[in-house]
Ligand binder design. Structure first.
Ligand code: NAD
Length: 412
């Protein structure tokens, strides 16, 4: 099952809970707009290379599209469509005034120079220029894109339009209208949701053993925040492999090592694991924060964690969801657990419109408040309907989207 198939299955699972709004549910199974673009660039060698780029606007019933841009060799249309659908649900579940969108380029950016990445980013931005904008669709960083990518996107859009338009993307550098706290926001939101979930199952966070897949923006921040309150990060996995230390890894030292070498394998404070050993490790909490479909029917049964906090989008397949639930594990779903990023992106967008910027305490405080509020609402709905937290989040998100759809009506 591809990522879009996985998304459709999740929509099937929520449909019985949507009551009369179920009449509109097909709208969630058809992205509103799909744009596929050719992105040609001149390489440093003088050769010409073509890359395939996408921007999918899944649903715009509640506001402009919002969702990140991914540069990865495995990007497909199915993946971008699924990611855009999850953005619609996430934004609605968090009650942010956005629809859902996502974009990407099928490319391994690790094989390109910085100048080549800049040319590719600018050409891609020009190709999708007509459908993005601060009131239309607002991209942000995702896997292998960062604040520099967003600066190039903002500049390209602004130059083409003839006016500086900071609000066209979020996750920008602070000096270009970015928000303090945005870089850490996804990991911080994950931490807040994780702490709330741990309270519900009486799991003590200090001393808890945690495994983290992905040591990028999300995984690294989450690992750092849990480490700071006394949890033990016993294993970390990234694209180079997995490493383990039963006494807990020194996350600050690992961060410095990864900055220097680009990956966790070879870090002196931990031993290398064999492929396949990672998910079955003894631990209390597992944080998948890399790519989708990492926890599947093939490894779900081996997972020992009582709590799974999804930093990545779509890391758990529906079959794995069922297996984990039967084992009694609690999953904090992606559309809640990693919503901190888009929440602070929302704050950034609001600040850009007002040209008035808040301090970090205010950002973190507001983020924590919204995360706790969303967690409590989803928890309540899951109790009322005896569903997983994922289905509960989908009930809230889908209902809000479909209510907007119904109120707006069909045109003509
Ligand atoms: P990133 O590029 O900063 O980091 C990605 C990490 O995943 C890296 O450590 C990389 O080594 C690792 N990785 C890549 N391929 C892997 C593989 N095959 N096996 C194991 N590890 C692998 O990306 P990020 O921004 O941290 O995003 C990670 C996930 O979180 C994605 O699913 C993304 O959609 C989701 N997410 C990110 C944000 C955000 O604000 N950055 C917000 C919401 C959700």
């Amino acid at each position: 099952m591809g990522p879009w198939g996985m998304y459709l299955e999740q929509i099937d699972r929520v449909t019985p809970y949507l009551g009369d709004l179920g009449r509109w549910v097909e709208t969630l199974t058809r992205p509103k707009k799909v744009l596929i673009v050719d992105v040609p660039i001149e390489l440093d060698s003088g050769e010409i290379a073509h890359f395939e780029g996408y921007r999918v606007q899944h649903n715009l019933s509640r506001g402009p599209g919002k969702g990140g841009i991914r540069f990865h060799q495995d990007v497909t249309l199915s993946e971008v469509m699924a990611l855009s659908g999850w953005m619609s649900i996430k934004n609605a579940a968090m009650n942010l005034p956005f629809g859902g969108a996502k974009g990407g380029i099928r490319v391994n950016p690790k094989l390109l120079s910085s100048a080549e990445i800049e040319r590719m980013t600018r050409r891609y931005t020009s190709e999708i220029h007509n459908i993005i904008g601060p009131s239309r669709d607002i991209p942000a960083p995702d896997v292998n894109t960062n604040e520099q990518t967003m600066a190039w996107m903002m500049d390209t859009y602004s130059v083409n339009l003839g006016q500086t338009t900071t609000g066209v993307v979020t996750g920008k550098p602070i000096s270009l209208g970015g928000s303090v706290g945005r870089n850490e926001a996804t990991g911080r939101g994950l931490f807040t949701a994780g702490v709330e979930a741990a309270k519900k199952i009486n799991l003590e966070i200090p001393g808890a053993k945690i495994i983290v897949q992905g040591f990028g923006n999300v995984g690294r921040t989450a690992a750092k925040l849990f480490h700071e309150v006394g949890s033990q990060i016993v294993a970390v996995m990234d694209h180079t492999g997995a490493v383990f230390n039963s006494n807990g890894i020194d996350i600050v030292a690992m961060g410095a090592y990864v900055d220097k070498t680009g990956g966790v394998v070879g870090f002196g404070g931990a031993e290398v694991l064999l492929p396949g050993e990672f998910w079955g490790l003894n631990c209390d909490i597992a944080i998948p924060a890399a790519l989708e479909r990492q926890i599947t029917k093939n490894n779900a049964d081996s997972i020992k964690a009582k709590l799974i906090i999804e930093g990545a989008n779509g890391p758990t397949t529906p079959e794995a969801d069922d297996i984990l639930r039967e084992k009694g594990a609690l999953i904090v779903p992606d559309v809640l657990a990693n919503a901190g990023g888009v929440t602070v992106s929302y704050f950034e967008w609001v600040q850009d419109f007002n040209s008035y910027f808040w301090d970090e305490d205010e950002i973190n405080h507001r983020l924590e408040r919204l995360m706790k509020k969303a967690f409590d609402a989803i928890w309540e709905v899951s109790l009322q309907n005896r569903t997983s937290l994922r289905t509960a989040a989908f009930i809230i998100g889908c209902s809000r989207i479909l209510q907007s759809r119904q109120l707006r009506g069909l045109y003509p």
